[in-house]
Ligand binder design. Structure first.
Ligand code: HDD
Length: 751
């Protein structure tokens, strides 16, 4: 055991705390046969490449970990007790009057157990119900004190503990991870000046401009109230009815129909604070800023057909991916960047920086990297941490302040309010995962489930009996930026909020041709599910204002003529900025490392054991996850006579669970696999989903049997289909392709 913990970077902090019992990877996750060509028994060993885990936090660094120790419970070697700590003799039978008689009312042990169970569930989040979270830290690059006094940014190298929850928006708590949806990206910083929550999404803009419309938006997208369908999907009438009548949503709709809404992994998506925020320094000078999280692994997405199939093959696909990566020591990392600009600059922009349906192109205001975030610890308990964590946009610290974005202003109310019903009262801040590291001192008292025991008789201020304590912090406390406002009180919107299309067009013209085609396909899919023809037409009429080719492409799929453009909300001609490279996913290829990407090596009797071994080792060495898939689990005979161990079966682990496939050499293996329809379907899906494929020697025949074309439609070679005579001809290239963005050269329309 000691040797294992010393050699395996398997969440070392957990193992240190609890020993081996703490290691609970999902069965089979990252567990590999010792040496695939030499053993038939799988050793449950976690392997991470030397390249992964570089972001490993030094032991004892995560202060939040220590703080939570107080409430962590480890039952190893302990007797079972009631909630009052009374040892329980038997946990099998209730107390009866005679073995066949009724249960005694006095069975307090049974009653306590059932009562607790009956109340186990709490309301799920009204949006973002489905999510996964992890602990980690933010490390600041250099002091930003000229811009802000915010604690995480005041020293070079300073580490601030964080807890981050990723989520889908529309689906219920048990819905699938790969739905087409916006993803939540909420970060709680446990700073030494109190908690700061940056509650963002993986898309830099939002559907609506004013919080007044949020309940309408959510009611429209959630399952329709009369029959509770569809689950985790915006492809239905009420959603498109609403957004088609809200032209301000057009920009967001393009993002939502783009590949960003079907990420490959939580680890491979950006995060955005969305709103304009303020940074304030200790001289009370303020600038505006937008927050950007950029994943070191790059921005990568699924393709739609794959996302749909994953919903069935593994509804927990993103949850599992995040969990396994962290357990394996392949800690996900993001760089935090800021776009900083002054109020004077903002006034020059053709759009309003208070409008959350607008972004600021990076060509206008560059993103400056200021620090990095590493997620290095899975929660110990899903409910206590991931479910009970409460993010609130109102949780800010000195140095950060709000802007007047009317969506943000409404959020300041909503998040705190929602926790009261979700977490059962006003003391949710005392739950361990929500409690700040900085001690809390105030005169708020009582309420449901109060944990702290305030001492003394004074719970008011001013007081003399407690020497005036707790006393006001004055300049050391939070002070709102004293913005001067001389305006009328009105219900209305600023003029530039009427610009509904310029940035939708900017996004469209910044996409690659493949990305544009995916957007058209997504609109076609969603609107085909819409039953009301007038709604479909109204959506396309919005798109006419964005781009005629886009609108025509969608209209063609719906079998309708191109409608008239929707009327504009303003006669002002809002300029469309030139294409912005950072709006295309292709701008973020990542660092090329495999970072937990999964490669299927299909094996059957007669397989060339040496090439399996070489391939396996090469993928592992780059931080990837190779898996031997056979026609069934268990031993497979290599050509040399050695036994391999198939870790999964093609029957139960379909293509969508893998990022790439390799077919090792072997005449017999090709024959064996060619007789399996599931194998051929596996290969077709790998091909269809534009994944790197490697076929060696005799296995090349399998590609032909599966009907996979050797070249692209224009006759040119397919850059990600490697059919070679010997492994060494393609090994390097294959491994590199697995760590690279997908090439969509194979895609045809129709698919
Ligand atoms: Fe929200 C949850 C992100 C607009 C009201 N929101 C929630 C979560 C994220 C966001 C990531 C989940 C946090 C978690 O993991 O627990 N929301 C956004 C972004 C928005 C946005 C990026 C626009 C820029 N939200 C928004 C508005 C309102 C809300 C305008 C209401 C006025 N959001 C909520 C909520 C939720 C929530 C109802 C549900 C559960 C929760 O807060 O804790 O209060």
């Amino acid at each position: 055991t000691d040797q294992l913990s010393a050699s395996i970077p398997h969440n070392p902090s957990k193992a240190e705390e609890y020993g081996e019992a703490a290691r609970c990877p999902y069965t089979g996750a990252f567990s590999l046969p010792d040496s695939p060509a030499a053993t038939s028994s799988t050793v449950n060993e976690t392997v991470a490449s030397p390249k992964t885990g570089e972001g490993k936090a030094p032991a004892g660094e995560n202060r939040m970990k220590g703080d939570l120790d107080r409430v962590r419970v480890d039952s190893a070697g302990q007797m079972l007790t009631t909630n009052q700590g009374v040892n329980v003799a038997s946990n099998q039978d209730s107390l009866k009057i005679g073995l066949r008689g009724p249960t005694a009312m006095e069975d307090f042990i049974l009653r306590e157990k059932l009562t607790h169970f009956d109340h186990e569930r709490i309301p799920e989040r009204v949006v973002h119900a489905r999510g996964s979270a992890a602990h980690g830290y933010f490390e600041n690059y250099k002091p930003l004190t000229d811009l802000t006094k915010a604690a995480p940014f005041n020293e070079a190298g300073k580490q601030t503990p964080v807890f981050v929850r990723f989520s889908t928006v529309a689906g219920e708590r048990g819905s699938m991870d790969t739905a087409r949806d916006v993803r939540g990206f909420a970060v709680k910083f446990y700073t030494d000046a109190g908690n700061w929550d940056l509650v963002g999404n993986n898309i830099p803009v939002f559907f609506i401009q004013d919080a007044m419309k949020f309940p309408d938006l959510v009611h429209a997208v959630k399952p329709e109230p009369h029959f509770g369908m569809p689950q985790a999907s915006s492809a239905h009438d009420t959603y498109w009815d609403f957004v088609s009548l809200m032209p301000e949503s057009t920009h967001m709709l393009l993002w939502q129909m783009s590949d960003r809404a079907i990420p490959r992994s939580y680890r491979m998506m950006q995060g955005f604070g969305v709103h304009t925020f303020r940074l304030v320094n200790d001289k009370n000078e303020s600038v505006f800023c937008k927050f950007h999280w950029t994943p070191v692994a790059g921005v990568h997405s699924l393709v739609w057909d794959e996302a749909v199939k994953l919903g069935g093959a593994d509804p927990d696909f993103h949850r599992r991916d995040l969990w396994e990566a962290i357990e394996a020591g392949a800690y996900p990392e993001w760089e935090l960047g800021v776009q900083v600009f002054t109020e004077a600059q903002a006034e020059e922009f053709s759009f309003d920086v208070l409008d959350p349906t607008k972004l600021i192109p990076e060509e206008m205001v560059p993103v400056t990297p200021i620090g990095k975030m590493v997620l290095n610890r899975n929660p110990d308990n899903f409910f206590a941490e991931t479910e009970q964590v409460a993010f609130c946009t109102a949780h800010i610290i000195p140095g950060i302040d709000f802007s007047n974005d009317p969506l943000l202003q409404g959020r300041i109310h909503s998040y705190l309010d929602t926790q009261i019903s979700r977490l059962g009262g006003v003391n949710f801040h005392e739950l361990p995962i929500n409690a700040p590291l900085k001690p809390v001192h105030n005169n708020q008292r009582d309420g449901m489930h109060r944990q702290s025991i305030p001492r003394g008789r004074v719970a008011y201020e001013p007081n003399s009996l407690a020497g005036g304590c707790p006393f006001q912090a004055g300049m050391q406390g939070f002070t709102s930026f004293p913005e001067t406002i001389t305006e009328d009180k009105v219900r209305g919107r600023p003029e530039k909020f009427a610009d509904h299309y310029s940035q939708a067009r900017l996004f469209w013209i910044s996409q690659s041709p493949a990305e544009q085609q995916h957007i058209i396909n997504a609109f076609r899919f969603e609107l085909t599910r819409v039953q009301t023809q007038a709604i479909r037409e109204r959506v396309v009429s919005l798109l006419v204002n964005v781009d005629e080719e886009l609108a025509a492409g969608v209209a063609a799929g719906l079998g309708i003529a191109l409608p008239e453009a929707a009327p504009l909300a303003s006669s002002t001609d809002f300029p469309v900025p030139p294409p912005s490279t950072a709006l295309s996913e292709q701008h973020f290829p990542g660092n090329g490392m495999l970072l937990g990407r999964r490669v299927a090596i299909l094996v059957a009797d007669g397989v060339d054991g040496d090439s399996v071994q070489t391939l396996y080792d090469a993928i592992l060495a780059e931080g990837g996850v190779p898996r031997l898939l056979g026609l069934q689990l268990g031993p497979v005979k290599a050509d040399s006579g050695a036994a391999l161990d198939a870790e999964g079966s093609i029957e139960t682990m379909p293509s969508v669970l893998f990022d790439a496939v390799a077919l090792p050499d072997g005449k017999l293996v090709a024959e064996n696999l060619a007789a399996s329809g599931q194998t051929l379907e596996f290969l077709r899906d790998q091909y269809r989903h534009c994944k790197p494929m490697l076929a060696i020697g005799a296995s090349q025949q399998l590609l032909q049997t599966a009907g996979i074309p050797e070249t692209l439609v224009d006759g040119s070679p397919d850059p990600t289909l490697l059919a070679v005579n010997a492994l060494e001809d393609a090994l390097q290239n294959f491994v590199q392709l697995v760590g690279s963005p997908r090439s969509f050269a194979r895609e045809t329309d129709p698919p």
